[in-house]
Design a protein around this ligand. Structure first.
Ligand code: FAD
Ligand code: NAP
Length: 546
């Protein structure tokens, strides 16, 4: 059993863990990152399925903390694919000499706060224990996959794989009969990439999704020069926006303009590509009528693309508001249904009953398959945190505290769990935003907070129950102004049987959220209790703020 004593333990080595290590090390703290995977990169290490790609533009979905990094890295495309993002994160790990403090293949199983020492004791699957003043959970919001829960899977004689555990060596697809279950962002990307490679592809769709064209393309050298010359301003605009990307949102409600003007605005943003459509008007997520106009526009596009009218109809999402399940972005998804070697199976109408040794059986038919791909998603936002047995003051368990849904102050901390920080946790804009921007904001806030404690000889910070209660109420209140509550989505736990139904992210926008967090810090960490720890606080070599 190995043991280690550090100022800070960071769990996870994705975008969040890598930057947390860099910042905390910059304060002069001794830091160890514990990562379950065999490499760095988090999401982009695990999700190697065909077609995996980000849907925030590369030049925005990237670190802003180092001007040198920004200037020296060249993105090849508007939306980077998984291999390029993996290369980028490997480069960051090397360039900032992060690897020497990262321990791979190490899964954290428990974290216990020792009140007498004022320190966290962190245990791993291999029985090692680490001990630290601060514990930063950079475990990811979409890192615990939803395992396929279909009877008979263990008897399937072909190959099966979840997209979030796609093997590095790949899965042979050429000429084989492939079935894919799930049509969220992942399923849509994977099906598009697999169609044409497979001998035949069956897409098993339960809920049709709204998907918008990415309009991906290579970035030209001239574009790159232009972006790099004005990067600081671009980042400023992203921070001042709602979801964390530079944007020019419409300033009128859709219900106040006539049909022709609406169609023109939707069409322009459809052509622009990516998620732009949803910022065409101010009321698309608050007014049912406005939302229905956008939904109808997208359904119309599906109808224009898919030649078989019955198939097109089955692909058209109905019964929930556009944008209340995570919007998908695709490159030619709906076109694949015009191919003779792709079949859509509506498993809402004819539910999947079982996996058989030869394939998949629905209420109506049996499909012979060589490969089954599960794009069935994640136990989002709380999954990775609750997989770890986290015990705070008085041995209180986070699992018990969150039994009715996550409770945090600002999505950063939980009352009763001193010196435990969560990066992009439930109660922050997190998954509703450009996550790299939100990760940097959280890590900067955490590092500045630790610097503040160090300067004052304090070493213990804890959210008060009152501040947490008020924040939980605010998150719910803001969500209540939108159409989000009504949809079944992973945003509110509806995808996991038995999970409490609580809208988890803060939907007030990244600019407003940053203002609130900065205000809390400026007021001496309002809503937190700051105390001296039983043991001396870690000495800081530097208290440099960003
Ligand atoms: P992650 O990248 O998930 O890293 C967390 C790490 O923690 C993982 O490596 C995991 O192995 C490790 N870990 C978890 N639990 C433990 C434990 N108990 N012990 C040890 N290690 C542990 N966001 C966007 O903003 N735009 C996009 O276009 C976008 N595309 C996405 C595409 C896919 C396929 C997926 C799944 C997510 C996407 N996201 C996107 C969200 C994405 O998760 C974030 O953008 C970002 O990569 C999260 O970084 P992170 O470091 O917080 O978490
Ligand atoms: P997801 O959005 O939760 O989609 C899971 C899909 O699997 C849904 O279509 C779901 O249907 C289906 N499903 C689950 N269990 C099923 C079952 N037993 N039978 C039939 N169908 C079943 O998961 P995801 O697609 O992996 O995406 C998760 C998130 O990751 C995204 O929302 C996004 O934030 C991020 N992501 C982003 C990108 C990108 O383009 N940047 C790509 C991939 C992922 P129901 O809807 O009916 O439950």
């Amino acid at each position: 059993m190995a043991e280690g004593r550090y100022d800070a333990i960071v769990v996870g080595a994705g975008f969040a863990g890598l930057y947390a290590l860099h910042r905390l090390r910059g304060l002069g703290l001794s830091v160890r990152v514990l990562e379950a995977g065999g490499g760095v990169g988090g999401t982009w290490y695990w999700n190697r399925y065909p077609g995996a790609r980000c849907d925030i533009e590369s030049v925005d979905y990237s670190y802003s903390f180092s001007e040198e990094l920004e200037q020296e890295w060249t993105w090849s495309e508007r939306y980077p694919a998984q291999p390029e993002l993996q290369r980028y994160l490997d480069h960051v790990a090397d360039r900032f000499d992060l690897r020497r403090d990262i321990q791979l293949d190490t899964r954290v199983t428990d974290a216990r706060f020792d009140e007498a020492a004022g320190r966290w004791s962190i245990g791993t699957e291999d029985g090692d224990r680490f001990d630290a003043t601060y514990c930063v959970m950079a475990t990811g919001m979409l890192s615990v996959l939803k395992r396929p829960d279909l009877p008979g899977l263990d008897r399937f004689e072909g190959d099966w794989v979840h997209t979030a555990r796609w093997p590095a060596e790949g899965v042979p697809l050429a000429g084989r009969r492939v079935g894919i279950v799930g049509t969220g962002s992942t399923g849509i990307q994977a099906a598009t990439a697999i169609a044409g490679q497979a001998g035949h592809l069956h897409v098993f769709q339960r809920t049709p999704n709204f998907s918008l064209p990415a309009r991906n393309r290579p970035l030209t050298a001239a574009e790159e020069r232009g972006i790099k010359a004005a990067y600081a301003e671009r980042r400023r605009q992203a921070r001042a926006s709602f979801i964390g990307v530079p944007s020019s949102p419409g300033d009128q409600p859709a219900v106040d303009v006539d049909a022709a003007e609406r169609a023109q605005a939707f069409e322009a943003r459809w052509e622009q590509g990516g998620l732009a459509l949803m910022s065409a008007f101010t009321d698309l997520l608050t007014s049912r009528e406005a939302n229905e106009h956008a939904a109808e526009f997208v359904r119309g596009k599906i109808g224009e693309t898919v030649k078989n009218a019955a198939v097109a109809e089955r692909l058209m999402p109905r019964g929930y508001a556009i944008g209340t399940k995570r919007l998908c972005v695709d490159t030619g998804y709906f076109d694949i249904f015009n191919r003779a070697d792709v079949t859509l199976v509506d498993v809402r109408r004819t539910p999947i009953e079982a996996v058989t040794p030869r394939g998949l059986r629905t209420a109506e038919a049996e499909y012979d398959l060589d490969v089954l791909v599960f794009a069935t998603g994640f136990d989002a936002m709380t999954g990775a945190l609750l997989d770890i047995d986290i015990r705070g003051r008085g041995d209180a368990s986070l699992r018990a505290e969150w039994a009715d849904g996550p409770r945090t102050y600002l999505g950063l901390a939980a009352a009763g769990f001193p010196n435990l920080f969560i990066v992009t946790g439930p109660g922050s804009p997190s998954v509703l935003s450009n996550m790299v921007l939100s990760i940097e904001q959280h890590v900067d806030w955490i590092a500045d907070c630790i610097a503040h404690l160090g300067e004052r000889g304090l070493g213990c910070i804890e959210a008060t129950p009152e501040a947490q209660d008020a924040w939980v109420a605010t998150v719910a209140e803001v969500a209540g102004y939108t159409l989000h509550g009504a949809a079944d989505s992973w945003y509110n736990g509806a995808n996991i049987p038995g999970k409490p139904r609580v809208y988890m992210p803060f939907i007030g926008g990244v600019a407003e959220y940053r203002r609130i967090c900065d205000g809390v810090a400026a007021a001496g960490y309002e809503g937190f209790a700051l105390t001296a720890p039983p043991e001396p606080a870690p000495a800081l070599a530097s208290t440099t703020r960003r």
